[in-house]
Design a protein around this ligand. Structure first.
Ligand SMILES: Cc1ncc(COP(=O)(O)O)c(C=O)c1O
Length: 370
């Protein structure tokens, strides 16, 4: 792995050889009992891994956005509405999904330009006020870790407010499963969206939602707004060991292996500790190099760091210089793309490659200045 390109983008993240090898477990028809066994194991292990043992897992073949779309369209009953918390690209995506599917959506969003909105955490009191103002709201949707800037939202405080109502809480934890400190078991979320890749270290291509008893009840009460992404169809099929459509069987094998690795490495406690240590290591290097982190320290995630581009250095030059030295970084999104870049320490990354990052960054910045 020494000469391999290290992906420092927030997914797809690097995976271990063991996870890659699992792709070769063999061909398997998803209508055979062996697939039923694999599905049952994944449906048991995902909630256990994320401290949500009473939630029911539904797996879908697709990227994380398919889990988001399944969650949004399956959580709002006919004639009811959704409240979306938007302080980043993924909050905005939740909103777009609702509107694209004809669901009336209200939004709680910090004031200001992109830079201000995307560095301000969601405000639980604004959620409370919006719920009081819009009594037809049936679901509140919020992103746990806004990958846009590497900011953590106060989902537990929002969960406590939503729990006082009939609404369900939908949490996009796609960038926060296993890698961020907030224990999802302490949030009161009814529908949690996640993906096999990112913090769980599987391969991209399989995503999932985890539903509480209230979430399960809700998805069964909602009209089918999509053929492919209707959670109730998955619930019915998967309870019988089946999936409604052809799944990415081999990606399921890899997720199975990734979850075994996760448990062997100490589960949630072990994985979050590793991510905290990585953040400490690379951020100490950023500081020595004089690179400023955009997000306030108390709001920073363990896995994504948004940094100001050094003066006279363009993202494209920095990207290419770092890639030549073995690291792939990631641009800022939207209007922040010309001023910031992101470094993400998700996935399987040898420690020494993270230690070497500071030197590679230093050389790359010098070379990019020309
Ligand atoms: C918080 C969050 N939600 C949703 C997504 C969308 O996932 P995908 O690109 O796999 O569809 C991402 C991807 O980076 C994300 O970080």
């Amino acid at each position: 792995m020494d000469d391999e390109l290290i992906l420092l983008n927030p997914g797809p993240a690097c995976t271990s050889q063991r996870v890659k090898d699992a792709l070769l477990r063999g061909d398997l028809c998803h209508r055979e009992p062996e697939f039923g066994d694999l599905l049952a194991r994944l449906r048991a292990d995902l909630p256990r891994a994320l401290h949500l043992p009473d939630h029911e897992a539904l797996l879908v073949t697709g990227s994380g956005t398919s889990a988001m779309e399944m969650a949004v369209i399956s959580s709002v009953r006919a004639g009811r509405e959704i409240l979306v918390v938007d302080n980043g690209v993924y909050g905005d995506r939740l909103l777009k999904i609702a509107r694209a599917n004809g669901i009336t959506a209200h939004v709680v969003r910090p004031d200001g330009d992109d830079l201000t909105r995307w560095t301000t955490p969601a405000d639980p009191e604004a959620v409370r006020a919006a719920l009081a103002e819009h009594p037809a709201v049936d679901a509140v949707a919020v992103v746990h870790h806004e990958t846009t800037t590497g900011l953590i939202n106060p989902i537990a405080a929002i969960g406590a407010i939503v729990a006082e109502t009939d609404a369900v809480l939908v949490v996009d934890a796609i960038s926060g499963t296993g890698n961020e400190d907030q224990d999802l078991g302490e949030v009161g979320a009814d529908i949690v969206c996640g993906t096999a890749n990112k913090g769980l270290h599987g391969l991209p291509g399989i995503s999932f939602i985890l539903c509480s008893a209230k979430g399960v009840e809700r998805v069964q009460d909602v009209p089918a707004r999509s053929l492919y992404l209707n959670a109730a169809s998955y619930l019915k099929g998967q309870r019988e060991g089946n999936v409604p459509f052809t799944p990415a069987v081999q990606v399921c094998y890899s997720l199975d292996e990734a979850l075994q690795e996760y448990f062997e490495a100490g589960g949630f406690a072990g994985r979050t500790k590793l991510y905290r240590e990585r953040a400490e290591l690379v951020r100490a290097g950023f500081e020595r190099l004089g690179l400023d982190v955009l997000v306030r320290p108390d709001l920073r995630s363990n896995s994504v760091t948004m940094l100001h581009l050094p003066e006279t250095v363009t993202y494209d030059r920095l990207h290419d210089e770092l890639k030549a030295r073995g690291y792939v970084i990631y641009a800022g999104q939207g209007s922040l793309s010309s001023r910031f870049f992101r470094i993400c320490t998700m996935g399987e990354i040898p420690w020494h490659r993270l230690e070497d990052l500071e030197g590679a960054l230093s050389q790359s910045i010098k070379a990019a200045r020309g």
